[in-house]
Design a binder for this molecule. Structure first.
Ligand SMILES: *Cc1c(COP(=O)(O)O)cnc(C)c1O
Length: 336
C-alpha cells in the first residue's frame, strides 16, 4: 500500500532525508557491503532518532493546545535531551522526570553528557531514585500544571507510542527511496531496540512497502521475547492509526545476544565494535544503544547469520552526547 502520513499533525525538527553513507573500509573489514543510515546527524538538539518520533508527538500535542511536555527516562536519556531541545524550539515548557535506574554512578555519568544539555536547553530536570518517586513527582507536576491552567502532553519513555512510531514509518519510506535510487538490494537492516518504537516503525514500514529485507532488531535492554512483544504491540497500534491490517512481521528477527549484564552497562564486545566503527570510518557510536547494536551486527557476520558480501544497512540512531558519560572507561581503554 502507499503510506500517507499527511493527515497526522507534524512539526519540523530534523533535516530530511538523512544521508545514507557507504562505509567501504568497515564493510571490507566485515566482508559485507555496509551502509549507514545517518539519523545521528543534524536537526534540533544534536540530533538522533527521537526527533522523528517527536515530530509527530509534538504535532499532536500542539494540536490539542499543550503548552507543557512531561516525559521520562534514565539519567542519560537521549530522548529527554531531544525533547528538551524540541520544546525550546517550540516555546514549550519541558519537565524531565529522570530515574537513577542504570547501574552506573560517578561524576561523568551524573554531570556530563545528555544531562548537561537538558539543563542547557532549559528543561526542568527532576532526578528520582526509583519508580515510586517517579510516579509521585509526575503526579505533583500534573497537579501544579492544572492549578496554573497549563495543558500537559505526557510522552512515554523513548517517545514510543503509536504516534511516535509514525516517525519511523516515515523514515523507512525515506530509506527505501534512497535504497531504490542507488539500485541496492538490501538483505538486512540492523536497528537497535530500547523502548521499541524505532524498530516497530521500521518493521511496519518495510511490511507496508512489501519489502523482504530482514529487519534485525538488536536489543539493548530487554530480552528478545520482551522486545518482540513491544515491537509487535507498537507496530499493530500504529497500523491501526494508518487504517492498515495488523502486521505479520515475517521478516523481523529480534536478537538479544549483545545486551550484556544490563541496559547501559558496557560490554567488551560493545567497546570493540564502537572502536571498529570509529577507526575505520570516523563514525561515533554510543555505548548504550548503537554500540551494542553494532556488537550484534559484528557477531552475526562472524557466525554467518549475515552472509558474506550481503548488503546491510545499519541504522545509526545517534547518542553521541551519552558517550561522554562513559569518558573514564574510554580513557582507560586508550591508556591500556
Ligand atoms: C532511544 C534510542 C534508541 C532506541 O530507540 P527505541 O525507539 O527506544 O527502541 C537507539 N539509539 C539511540 C541513540 C537512542 O537514543
Amino acid at each position: 500500500m502507499t503510506i500517507d502520513l499527511s493527515a497526522f499533525p507534524r512539526v519540523a525538527l530534523g533535516h530530511w532525508p538523512t544521508p545514507l553513507d557507504e562505509c567501504p573500509r568497515l564493510g571490507a573489514e566485515l566482508g559485507i557491503q555496509l551502509l549507514l543510515k545517518r539519523d545521528d546527524v543534524g536537526g534540533v538538539g544534536a540530533g538522533g532518532n527521537k526527533l522523528r518520533k517527536l515530530e509527530f508527538l509534538l504535532g499532536a500535542a500542539l494540536d490539542r493546545g499543550a503548552d507543557t511536555v512531561i516525559t521520562f527516562g534514565a539519567v542519560q536519556t537521549n530522548h529527554g535531551r531531544q525533547t528538551a531541545a524540541a520544546c525550546a524550539r517550540l516555546g514549550l515548557r519541558c519537565e524531565l522526570v529522570l530515574t537513577r535506574s542504570v547501574a552506573r554512578t560517578g561524576q561523568a555519568y551524573e554531570e556530563s553528557g545528555n544531562i548537561v544539555l537538558d539543563h542547557l536547553y532549559g528543561a526542568n530536570v527532576h532526578l528520582c531514585a526509583d519508580a515510586e518517586e517517579t510516579a509521585a513527582v509526575y503526579n505533583r507536576l500534573l497537579a501544579e500544571a492544572e492549578a496554573q491552567g497549563r495543558t500537559v502532553a505526557t510522552f512515554p519513555v523513548g517517545g514510543s507510542d503509536e504516534v511516535g512510531v509514525l516517525g519511523y514509518v516515515a523514515a523507512t519510506v525515506e530509506l527505501f527511496q534512497q535504497v531504490d535510487s542507488l539500485g541496492l538490494d538490501v538483505g538486512t537492516l540492523v536497528v537497535p531496540v530500547g523502548s521499541a518504537g524505532t524498530a516497530a516503525g521500521v518493521a511496519l514500514g518495510a511490511e507496508l512497502l512489501c519489502r523482504t529485507t530482514r529487519v534485525e532488531a538488536a536489543c539493548v535492554s530487554h530480552t528478545a521475547e520482551e522486545s518482540r512483544a513491544d515491537i509487535t504491540r507498537l507496530a499493530g497500534a500504529a497500523a491501526g492509526l494508518l487504517g492498515a491490517a495488523e502486521p505479520a512481521l515475517p521478516e523481523l528477527v529480534v536478537d538479544d545476544r549483545a545486551v550484556g549484564p544490563a541496559y547501559g552497562v558496557p560490554t567488551e564486545e560493545m567497546w570493540r565494535a564502537l572502536e571498529l566503527f570509529a577507526r575505520t570510518e570516523g563514525v561515533t557510536l554510543d555505548p548504550v544503544y548503537t554500540g551494542k547494536a553494532a556488537a550484534c551486527l559484528v557477531d552475526r557476520v562472524r557466525t554467518g547469520e549475515i552472509a558474506p558480501g550481503e548488503t546491510v544497512v545499519f541504522l545509526h540512531t545517534g547518542g553521541l552526547p551519552g558517550l561522554f558519560a562513559y569518558a573514564p572507561d574510554l580513557l582507560a581503554r586508550a591508556g591500556s
